[in-house]
Design a protein around this ligand. Structure first.
Ligand SMILES: O=C(CCC1CCCC1)NO
Ligand SMILES: [Zn+2]
Length: 369
């Protein structure tokens, strides 16, 4: 069993500059300049912990390629593609579309490498070169929609890879599990009417995008029932997430019987993240990964490809990322020094209001056939 790992230093050169557009410098309003929340640090530090911990020696290195224009246009409009390409030639770059998703000069090529990196990882998994794998890419992708980038995302990396798997690699049924703490609205939107792509998003209720990810968002037409949303209350910890895995995610995957499982993996649900209020620990991410591997082993030969999304605490995210990739590789856990602190926080166990929400979503799983 081999585990693929993809990272490229140029992902650290995706230039998001200062926090322009998102509480960026505005002296009159008392806002001081500061680096953009989506900066290279958390990704670079995940990579360096993978190297320093020795886990790198247990992984098969997968080299990214750029997504082609044709592959990007499978999910995005030509207007969006050409606008990103044009602004990428500007001396100071441009913005993906919402005014707070900046990129620097040459940002198009880096975003195309992120999308192509996920394609490459999916190819490695589907071909059997590796059983599972993690694409540590940047910029992230799960908020990007057909005509615009959004929420720090330029292109829908995982959606582009899923479309490639369907159209080129002959994969028929694909399940996407999104455990980034923000709603995977972009990925969901590309497959909303498609019964052969099941999207499941576990996220903090109404955190981002605004008014997105309600449990009533279930897909439309032939795709009705094949979008599942679990809008978890703020403060949900390991207990609530694992209950959602056991009562919603695993049963949904068992009914859907995917040929491939994709994961939009963000660590902004961890207990120390600045952009959300959940309590996940590295152990919670490890157990969620283990649960998915058990289901994947049972249904699709263990085939899982993960694509990196959010996660903004440069100190704790590395230990959450390490826990996931160690588990994929079957490697011995490297001790998380923060675990005693975060796992000891009150509220880590399943709370009644969290159980009630998950049970409400669990009742919808029966519509998957
Ligand atoms: O991590 C992210 C980005 C969320 C931010 C985008 C603007 C405010 C919250 N999405 O998964
Ligand atoms: Zn996020």
């Amino acid at each position: 069993m081999a585990t693929g790992y993809l990272y490229h230093e140029i992902f650290g050169w995706h230039d998001t500059g200062s926090n322009a557009g998102l509480f960026g410098a505005d002296p009159a309003a008392g806002l001081q300049p500061y680096m953009h929340l989506e900066n290279a640090e958390t990704k670079r530090r995940i990579h360096e912990l993978i190297v320093v911990s020795g886990l790198i020696d247990r992984l098969e290195r997968v080299r990214p390629r750029h997504a082609s224009e044709e592959e990007i246009l499978k999910v995005h409009t030509r207007d969006h593609l050409e606008r990103i390409q044009a602004e990428s030639r500007w001396p100071k770059g441009g913005d993906a579309g919402d005014g707070f998703s900046p990129f620097g000069k040459g940002g198009y090529e880096i975003a195309a490498l992120a999308a192509g990196g996920v394609i490459t990882m999916v190819e490695a998994v589907v071909s059997g070169d590796v059983t599972n794998g993690y694409a540590l890419v940047r910029p992230p992708g799960h908020h990007a929609v057909a005509g615009s980038g959004m929420g720090f995302c330029v292109f829908g990396n995982l959606a582009i890879a899923a479309r490639h798997a369907r159209d080129v690699l002959g994969v028929r049924r694909i399940a996407v599990v999104d455990w980034d703490v923000h709603h995977g609205n972009g990925t969901q939107s590309f497959f909303y009417g498609d019964p052969d792509v099941l999207t499941i998003s576990l996220h903090q209720d109404n955190c981002f995008p605004p008014d997105s990810g309600a449990l009533t968002e279930r897909g439309d037409g032939a795709g009705f029932g094949y979008a599942l949303n679990v809008p978890l209350p703020p403060g949900t910890g390991d207990g609530g997430y694992l209950y959602a895995m056991d009562r919603v995610v695993a049963p949904a995957l068992q009914r859907f019987r995917p040929d491939l499982i994709l994961v939009a993996s963000g660590f902004d649900g961890s207990a120390m993240d600045p952009l959300a209020r959940q309590l996940l620990t590295s152990e919670g991410y490890r157990t969620m990964t283990r649960r998915l591997m058990e289901v994947a082993e049972d249904l699709c030969g263990g085939r899982i490809a993960m694509s990196h999304e959010g996660g903004y605490n440069p100190v704790y995210v590395p230990f959450c990322g390490l826990a996931v990739i160690e588990t994929l590789a079957g490697a011995e856990p490297f001790a998380d020094p923060f675990l005693p602190v975060v796992s000891g926080m009150a509220g880590q166990d399943l709370q009644p209001h969290q159980k009630a929400l998950v049970d409400e979503v669990a009742a919808l799983v029966g519509d998957i056939s």
